[in-house]
Write a protein that binds this ligand. Structure first.
Ligand SMILES: Cc1cc2nc3c(=O)[nH]c(=O)nc-3n(C[C@H](O)[C@H](O)[C@H](O)COP(=O)(O)OP(=O)(O)OC[C@H]3O[C@@H](n4cnc5c(N)ncnc54)[C@H](O)[C@@H]3O)c2cc1C
Length: 426
């Protein structure tokens, strides 16, 4: 049997090729038309898709709509918050795509007519497309936690969107004193980066321990009764930070129902009120606003898609990838978005070239750091079975592994970050 870490590395390398598929011969034929392709969102899904489309369809007119020139990447955000790396190490953006002949419009899309495939930008400019790919990420559901909105959240930073909250939360972490109580909330599924809150608690514990603030307490307030890699995280916390991290599941009243950001208090579902020194409240989420404006979301708040092409099941000719789409059992991750982007590029190129549709093969590996030299991971290979996206193979770091394996996985996590960001942003 292939050892689990080798199997995951094989998945990783497969994922960084085109959707794990050998390039079909037809994909190399020049496409004679000049189709107008518009990609909305230049993060992990959108940038990877634009790049792949350029490669597969050299003659196409490709436009990327993304207002942000730079952002903090989700992956490694927790490492930057804990000063494992510098903030500057995790800044990326879509600028390098312009050198490939992709037109980058630095604006937000404000409206999408999904039937006409017509996009309106903040400046009023209107763009028409033959195909639209949306990878706009997530928006916060401010109606779910009383007292929490875009303004009050600044005092309880989620740092979940790659914006200035990352710097603010890092400063707040650095100003903590010994004996402080920190609350990190985790929303109910589905949400961006399922292991993210637990990795955040781990690396925060590492940082506080490194600063010898060993009397600090980290409360993980959860709206769920289980989470990805739970046993691995819990063994890691017991080993590395005994008594410092406490997970409060939904069954024990852990869900945050209300906050008072001025007083740093949280009301939990078990009725208790907690006053903490720092709270990082990660709100429940849904697909970003432009997906709602384009009538692409269903009652779940996310975008249903055909898993073979990630084309919207609500409107033909519009593809939705990344965190905004419904792609269970794939987690909402940068790796998933990158893999979906490559499949969609192949599917679009096939449609315009009149070639066969690609066989969907998608991959994901989620690494989490519990300390700079302690990594764990979960990985999966996905395909379509009976019209549903399904797990074909998966693997997880073994429980009870030697520290040497955890150190190796931490090194793989770093290697993965460098590869995926280069593959996506150049
Ligand atoms: C703390 C944290 C840790 C994480 N760790 C990992 C990890 O270790 N591994 C991993 O694989 N993933 C990780 N992730 C998840 C990863 O960041 C996301 O899953 C990934 O960014 C999703 O890609 P996306 O393209 O859907 O969205 P994004 O990368 O967020 O890109 C969306 C882009 O769309 C733009 N946009 C939105 N609306 C509009 C509009 N109207 N017009 C134009 N542009 C628009 C936004 O500006 C944004 O740049 C982590 C996330 C967080 C928060």
């Amino acid at each position: 049997m292939t050892p689990p870490d080798r199997r995951r590395r094989a998945l990783l390398l497969a994922g960084l090729s085109v959707a794990g598929l050998p390039l079909a011969a037809w994909a190399l034929k020049p496409v004679r038309e000049r189709p107008r392709l518009i990609i909305v969102g230049g993060g992990f899904g959108g940038a990877a898709c634009a790049r792949q489309l350029r490669y597969l369809m050299p003659a196409a007119d490709i436009t990327l709509v993304e207002p942000r020139a730079q952002f903090f990447t989700g992956p490694s955000t927790n490492a930057a918050l804990a000063s494992v790396c510098a903030e500057g190490d995790i800044v990326r953006g879509p600028a390098a795509l312009e050198a490939l002949g992709i037109r980058w419009i630095r604006e937000a899309a404000t409206a999408l007519d999904p039937v006409a495939r017509r996009l309106r930008l903040a400046s009023g400019t209107v763009l028409d497309a033959d195909r639209v790919v949306l990878s706009p990420g997530v928006a916060m559901r401010w109606d779910r936690i009383a007292g929490l909105d875009a303004t009050t959240s600044e005092r309880m930073p989620h740092a979940w969107l790659g914006d200035a909250q990352v710097s603010r939360l890092r400063e707040r972490i650095e100003s903590l004193r010994d004996g402080a109580t920190i609350a990190i909330s985790a929303p109910a599924n589905p949400y961006r980066c399922p292991p993210g809150p637990y990795e955040r608690a781990s690396l925060l514990a590492w940082r506080l321990s490194a600063r010898r603030l060993k009397r600090c307490k980290i409360l993980l307030l959860d709206a769920k009764d289980d989470f990805t890699k739970r046993a691995l995280f819990q063994v890691g916390w017991d080993t590395l930070y005994p008594g410092m991290v406490e997970w409060v599941p939904h069954a024990k009243g852990g869900e945050v129902l209300e906050v008072d950001a001025r007083r740093n208090t949280l009301r939990l579902q078990n009725g208790s009120r907690l006053r903490v020194d720092l709270a990082s409240v990660v709100p429940p989420q849904r697909a970003a606003d432009i997906a709602v404006a384009g009538d692409l979301v269903d009652e779940s708040g996310w975008c249903p898609v055909n898993p073979a092409s990630f084309e919207s099941t609500r409107h033909a000719g519009i593809h939705v990838i990344g965190d905004a789409c419904i792609a269970q059992p794939m987690p909402k991750s940068a790796f998933s978005a990158n893999s979906q982007a490559k499949l969609v590029a192949l599917a679009i190129a096939a449609q315009f070239a009149g070639g066969p549709a690609p066989v969907p093969r998608l991959v994901n590996t989620c690494y989490s750091l519990l300390a700079p030299d302690y990594g764990i991971s979960v990985g999966g290979l996905y395909g379509v079975v009976s019209d549903r996206l399904s797990t074909l193979n998966d693997g997880m770091s073994p429980l009870g592994a030697a520290r040497e394996l955890r150190a190796r996985e931490a090194a793989y996590a770093h290697e993965w970050y460098e590869q995926i960001t280069r593959d996506t942003f150049g």
